[in-house]
Design a protein around this ligand. Structure first.
Ligand code: HEM
Length: 281
C-alpha cells in the first residue's frame, strides 16, 4: 500500500498541477483494492477509467456500458482465477465453498463489483475532503507535520468532518419514541451521518476541525452489525496518503475553485485543483 501511495504521489508531483480527487485520492484506494483482488497492474488504469465512467457524473448510457464492462472484466478474471488460483481475494471467492456449495459466477462478480465500489468511492471522497479541510485549516496541517503521532486522531477527525456516506437506512423492529417523534415497527428510518457527526450534545465545538479531538465517537463508518467492513483499510489508506505528503514536505496549494458532488448518497469534493511542489533538496 505504501508503494502504491508513493507511486501515485510521484506521478502527481511530476504533473505539478492536478485534480487531487481524480489524480490522487481516487487512485490510491482503486490501485490498492485492485492489488488485493489480484487484478494485474497492467489493468489498473483500465479499471480506473471504467470506474470513473461508471460512477462519475455523465451520460447514463456511458455509465451503464462502463458498469457492464466492469462486470465482464470480473467474469473473465474469476474464471482465470478459478482455473489457476493464487494469493488474492478473487481467487478466494472463485474457489470458495459455502455450506458445501461453490459460489456462483454471479455471486463472485457481484462481490467483486461491490468491493471495487465500496473499496474506492468513500475513501476517495474522504481523502479529498480531508485535504480540502487541511487547505482551509493550514494550522492543522502544520500541527500534523510537526507532530506525526497525531495522524491516527487526525484521520478520525477527517472521517467525522467529511462524513462522506450521507445516510444509512434501517427498518424499525419495535415501536420507539426518540426526542418526541414516534417510530412504529416496520417504519423505514434514515440516519443522517453528517448530522450525527455534528451533534452538539456529543461533540464539543462540532463545527471546528480539530485533529486533536478526543474522544471522537463519530459514526462516519456506520455502527452495529453493518459497521464498515473496510474500516481498517480505509483508515490505513488515509494515514498512508497524508503521511506520504507530510513526510516528504510536499507543498500543496489550491489551484482553482473546488466543486462539490451533487448527490444524496455521498458528500464531498468532486474536483479539487491543487498545485504540488516538492520540498527543496
Ligand atoms: C472513508 C471510507 C469509507 C466510509 C466513510 C465508509 C462508510 C460506510 C458506512 C457508513 C457503512 C455502513 C452502511 C450501513 O450501515 O448500512 C459501510 C459499510 C460497508 N463498507 Fe464502508 N466505508 C468506507 C470504506 C470502505 C472500504 C475501503 C470498503 C471495502 C474495501 C468498504 C466496504 C464496506 C462494506 C462491504 C460495507 C457493508 C457492511 C455490512 O453491511 O455488513 N467500505 N461503510
Amino acid at each position: 500500500m505504501g508503494e502504491v501511495t508513493r507511486r501515485v504521489v510521484d506521478d502527481a508531483l511530476e504533473r505539478g498541477s492536478c485534480d487531487f480527487v481524480a489524480d490522487i485520492a481516487a487512485r490510491v484506494p482503486l490501485y490498492v483494492i485492485c492489488r488485493m483482488m489480484g487484478v494485474p497492474s497492467s489493468d489498473w488504469d483500465h479499471l480506473f477509467k471504467l470506474t470513473s465512467q461508471a460512477f462519475g457524473a455523465g451520460d447514463p448510457l456511458t455509465q451503464r456500458f462502463a458498469h457492464l464492462d466492469i462486470m465482464g472484466y470480473f467474469e473473465e478474471l474469476q474464471a482465470a482465477k478459478a482455473a489457476n488460483p493464487s494469493d488474492d481475494l478473487v481467487s478466494i471467492l472463485a474457489t470458495a465453498v459455502v455450506d458445501g456449495v461453490p459460489l456462483s459466477p454471479e455471486d463472485i462478480i457481484l462481490n467483486c463489483d461491490n468491493l471495487l465500489v465500496g473499496g474506492t468511492e468513500n475513501t476517495r471522497i474522504a481523502a479529498a475532503g480531508g485535504m480540502l479541510a487541511f487547505l482551509e485549516h493550514p494550522d492543522q496541517w502544520a500541527a500534523l507535520a510537526k507532530e506525526p503521532d497525531l495522524l491516527p486522531s487526525a484521520v478520525e477527525e477527517v472521517l467525522r468532518w467529511t462524513s462522506t456516506a450521507t445516510h444509512i437506512m434501517r427498518t424499525a423492529v419495535r415501536p420507539i419514541e426518540i426526542h418526541g417523534p414516534r417510530i412504529e415497527a416496520g417504519d423505514c428510518v434514515t440516519f443522517w451521518l453528517p448530522s450525527a457527526n455534528r451533534d452538539e450534545s456529543v461533540f464539543t465545538d462540532p463545527d471546528q476541525f480539530d485533529i486533536r479531538r478526543k474522544p471522537n465517537r463519530h459514526l462516519a463508518l456506520g455502527f452495529g452489525e453493518h459497521f464498515c467492513l473496510g474500516s481498517v483499510l480505509a483508515r490505513a489508506e488515509l494515514r498512508l496518503l497524508y503521511h506520504e505528503l507530510l513526510h516528504r514536505s510536499i507543498r500543496i496549494e489550491l489551484d482553482g475553485t473546488p466543486t462539490r458532488l451533487t448527490s444524496i448518497v455521498v458528500n464531498g469534493p468532486e474536483y479539487l485543483p491543487v498545485r504540488l511542489t516538492a520540498a527543496a533538496a
